[in-house]
Design a protein. Structure first.
Length: 384
C-alpha cells in the first residue's frame, strides 16, 4: 500500500474499499444486526438500546466485511454519537425523529423521510446570521489536544492485531475546503466578504488539523482530505477562487500530514480538469480518491495529462453505472481493464470503486469485483 502511495510499483495492486453503512452486502457476510440492517437499528434505538451495544455491533460488522474481502487498506465508519437522538416508532418500518416522519425505502433498505420536502437540505439548515456570529466570536484557537480515539477504530485495530492482519488505516478529515457543501450564502462570501470566509476556513482548519494529529497518533497512516470541489461539468467555484481560497489550505494540510509521517489523499468526485495543475500537482498530494470516471476522469486522460505519472490513482471502477446496472461479466471486464491501466501508471494504483459501495451498488457486483481482482493476481476466489 505504501509503495503504491510512494509511486513505486508494488508486487500486486492493493485493494481498498469504503462500504455504505447498512448496505445489504453485510448480510451475506455477518447477517442482519443493528449494525447492518437500518430498520433493525432504528427499532433498537427506539426500544432503548445502549450506545455501547451499538458500538460493539459496529466493530464486529465493519471488521468482518473488510476481512472477508481481503482489503489492504480500510476506512471505517465512525462510532454513533454517544448522545444520539432516539427515534419514536410509529408503525411497522415507520418512525418519527425530531418531528419528521421516516420510513424504510425497501428498494435500497435505507430509512429516509417519508416526505423529502420536510427535511430541508443541509445548506438550508445553516443560518447565515448564526454562522456569522459564530465566526466573528471565534477566539482564533483550535480545540484542546486530545488522545481520544474513535472506539470503532480502536476495536477493529484490536481484532486485526489478534488475527495477524497488517492493515493500513485511512482517516477522512476535511478542513473546510469541500466547497460542494457550502451553503449559498457562503458562496456569496467568496465575492462579497472574503475575509469572513477566510476566518471561517481558519476555524474549520484548526479543528481539522487537531483531528489529523489525533488520527495519525491513533495509527492512521493515510489521511483523506480535501472534500468535493467539482461536479460533472467542472469545479463548483472558479479556478481563480479555488487557487486563492482552497489551494493554500490543501497545501498546508498536506504539509502537516507529511510532517507527521503519513500520506495525503485528495478526495473529491467530479471533473477537475479546469483546476488540474492546482488540484493534482501544486497540492503535493500522494493519492487521488473518488476518481469519477463518469465525470470524465478516465484512465486514458489521467495518463495523457500526466496525472497518473505523479499521483497514485485510487479507483477507478465505475460506481455510477457499471456497479449499479452492469452484469457480472461487465464488472469483470472493467476490473481487468482498470488493473491493466493501473499496472502501467508510474504514479501508482490502488483498486477502488469510483466512490464507494453505496446504496445503489448491487452486492453481487461488488463480489464480482473482488473475484475478478483475485483471479487477475492468481489468488483463491472468495469463499462461497
Amino acid at each position: 500500500m505504501h509503495a503504491a502511495l510512494s509511486h513505486h510499483p508494488p508486487e500486486r495492486t492493493p485493494l481498498f474499499e469504503i462500504f455504505q453503512p447498512f448496505h445489504p452486502i453485510h448480510w451475506k457476510i455477518c447477517g442482519r444486526t443493528v449494525a447492518t440492517d437500518m430498520a433493525m437499528a432504528w427499532d433498537a434505538m427506539a426500544d432503548g438500546i445502549v450506545w455501547e451495544e451499538l458500538v460493539e455491533a459496529e466493530i464486529k460488522a465493519q471488521y468482518a466485511v473488510r476481512k472477508f474481502f481481503g482489503l489492504d487498506m480500510v476506512r471505517l465508519n465512525g462510532a454513533p454519537r454517544k448522545n444520539f437522538t432516539r427515534p419514536v416508532k410509529t408503525g411497522k418500518n415507520k418512525w418519527k425523529l425530531d418531528g419528521t416522519a421516516y420510513h424504510l425505502n425497501e428498494r435500497i433498505f435505507m430509512v429516509e423521510p417519508e416526505n423529502p420536502a420536510e427535511a430541508m437540505s443541509d445548506s438550508h439548515k445553516i443560518s447565515e446570521d448564526d454562522t456569522r456570529r459564530m465566526v466573528e466570536a471565534w477566539d482564533g484557537k483550535g480545540p484542546a489536544e486530545s488522545d481520544e480515539v474513535d472506539p470503532v477504530l480502536r476495536g477493529v485495530q484490536s481484532l486485526a492485531q489478534r488475527d495477524g492482519l497488517d492493515w493500513v488505516y485511512m482517516a477522512e478529515i476535511g478542513a473546510g475546503t469541500g466547497v460542494a457543501f457550502y451553503p449559498p450564502f457562503m458562496l456569496m462570501w467568496l465575492i462579497d466578504e472574503p475575509d469572513l470566509l477566510r476566518r471561517w476556513i481558519d476555524m474549520q482548519k484548526a479543528a481539522a488539523f487537531a483531528a489529523t494529529r489525533r488520527a495519525i497518533r491513533a495509527g492512521c497512516s493515510v489521511v483523506a482530505m480535501g472534500g468535493d470541489v467539482s461536479c460533472d461539468k467542472g469545479p463548483f467555484i472558479s479556478p481563480v477562487h479555488y487557487h486563492e481560497f482552497i489551494l493554500p489550505v490543501i497545501q498546508e494540510h498536506v504539509k502537516l500530514i507529511h510532517a507527521l509521517g503519513a500520506k495525503a489523499v485528495y478526495t473529491s468526485d467530479g471533473n477537475h480538469w479546469l483546476i488540474k495543475d492546482d488540484f493534482f500537482f501544486n497540492s503535493a498530494i500522494d493519492g487521488y480518491k473518488e476518481v469519477d470516471k463518469a465525470a470524465g476522469m478516465t484512465w486514458p486522460r489521467l495518463m495523457e495529462e500526466g496525472v497518473a505519472d505523479k499521483v497514485c490513482i485510487i479507483g477507478n471502477i465505475d460506481a455510477r453505472h457499471t456497479l449499479c446496472h452492469g452484469t457480472a461479466s461487465d464488472v469483470r471486464a472493467e476490473v481487468r481493464e482498470c488493473l491493466d491501466y493501473g499496472r502501467r501508471a508510474r504514479g501508482g494504483h490502488i483498486l477502488h470503486a469510483s466512490h464507494s459501495v453505496h446504496e445503489d451498488v448491487k452486492a453481487d457486483n461488488y463480489f464480482a469485483v473482488v473475484n475478478a481482482y483475485r483471479e487477475y493476481f492468481s489468488l483463491d476466489p472468495l469463499p462461497q
